[in-house]
Design a protein around this ligand. Structure first.
Ligand code: PLP
Ligand code: COI
Length: 368
């Protein structure tokens, strides 16, 4: 059901919901936003066919998608996605962080998964159009934002296994608070020693649904052991720490050096990771991207050579890690509280994102 229509953001035609949530209901839903539970009134969409390319760019009321049971994505997992956030600044303007990097990563993911690339300008226009229409859903507050989730999947109804001939692009939006229920308190991490999320030559370096599906048994194991997240080892040797199910990993050494697993081909190149490494370098920390062997890290934690560990990503921002656990592993990080480098880089990043500090890197992109 749509009420009025207009054209906005490079051809995204807006079909407004006839019955959007009333302001009071919206305020209630946004009062204590948890991660990814509440969605706004609209979604952005575009459709691609091999014959005609991208078309049907529109913003329409949020609602279920009708999919034929033979739809390719349901059988062969041809799906990629992104995650970015819109932040409300003190003057009421709304901004997002490095969206061109998300657009570029979506294109890399598309190539790997035999899906069509969405032009950067369509990616940006889809987000601008959706956030403009649902701008009242962008929360304010120091830890709150509107999480944007673009998804692209093969939508032809055909059981032949082949690269996409038809694809749907959808962007949904969700007002969110901290990813972890504990807020910014340190979390415990479970090391998955037997199962891997990705392997050499696989899809670990792109953002596709199968990587997350492959992480869930280990994530359940982590929860069963009282850990908030799971950290995976490289599949080739099962020796090196790679990344968490949905976040990159960073270690801080006693001498101030920062170590993070190098982008091995099975690690997602996080945009937050990249920004944080830049900010840490600017703050005078030598940054080294290399292998991070589990045995070495445990030894260095025990001896105090590694003083801080944190996870980073769009959803999690910067999450201090207080303890590493696993079969035969139980190692506290420092004194178990958030360390000073973690706290400082988190504040530096969030100050830029929320407009409390100048954006000297050109990372912020105004939406509204
Ligand atoms: N690693 C994985 C597996 C992820 O899903 C994410 C989240 O997007 C990240 C790392 C962090 O990436 P970014 O900082 O671009 O959100
Ligand atoms: C993100 O940080 O945007 C992600 O996609 C990670 C996911 C675990 C929520």
């Amino acid at each position: 059901m749509t009420a009025e229509s207009s054209v906005q953001g490079a051809g995204f035609a807006v079909h407004r919901a006839a019955a959007p949530r009333a302001p009071q209901e919206r305020d209630r839903l946004m009062a204590q936003p948890r991660f990814g539970e509440v969605f706004t009134d609209h979604m952005a969409r575009a459709t691609w066919t091999a014959a005609d390319g991208w078309g049907e760019r529109r913003v329409e009321p949020y609602g279920p998608l009708a999919l034929d049971p033979a739809t390719a994505v349901l059988h062969y997992g041809q799906e990629i996605f992104e995650g970015l956030k819109a932040y409300r600044h003190a003057d009421g303007s709304v901004w997002t962080f490095r969206p061109e990097a998300n657009a570029a990563r979506l294109a890399v993911s598309a190539r790997r998964m035999a899906l069509p690339e969405l032009p950067v300008e369509d990616f940006l226009a889809s987000i601008e159009a959706l956030v403009s229409v649902d701008v009242d859903w962008v929360p304010d507050g120091p830890e709150a934002s509107l999480y944007l989730r673009p998804v692209l999947f093969a939508s032809e109804a055909l059981l032949v296994v082949r690269g996409a001939q038809r694809a749907e692009y959808v962007v949904i939006a969700s007002p969110v608070g901290p990813y972890f229920a504990s807020g910014v308190q340190p979390v415990s991490i479970w090391i998955a020693q037997d199962l891997h999320r990705a392997g050499p030559g696989g899809t670990g370096a792109v953002k596709t649904m199968g990587n997350y599906a492959a992480s869930l048994v280990s994530q359940n194991e982590a929860r069963a052991h009282g850990c908030a997240q799971v950290c995976f080892l490289d599949a080739a040797t099962a020796r090196n720490l790679e990344e968490l199910g949905g976040m990159n990993l960073v270690l801080v050494r006693r001498d101030g050096q920062v170590v993070t697993p190098a982008l091995s081909g099975s690690i997602l190149p996080g945009i937050t990771r990249d920004a944080i490494l830049t900010l840490l370098r600017e703050a005078g920390h030598p940054v080294v991207e290399r292998e991070a062997p589990l045995a070495e890290v445990l030894g260095d934690l025990a001896s105090g050579e590694v003083t801080e560990v944190f996870a980073c990503g769009t959803a999690a921002v910067v999450a201090p890690i207080g303890r590493l656990r696993g079969n035969g592993i139980d190692q506290q990080v420092g004194d178990g509280t958030a360390g000073p480098v973690t706290v400082a880089v988190r504040e530096r990043l969030t100050d830029i994102q929320h407009g409390r500090a100048p954006d000297t890197h050109g990372w912020m992109h105004r939406l509204v």
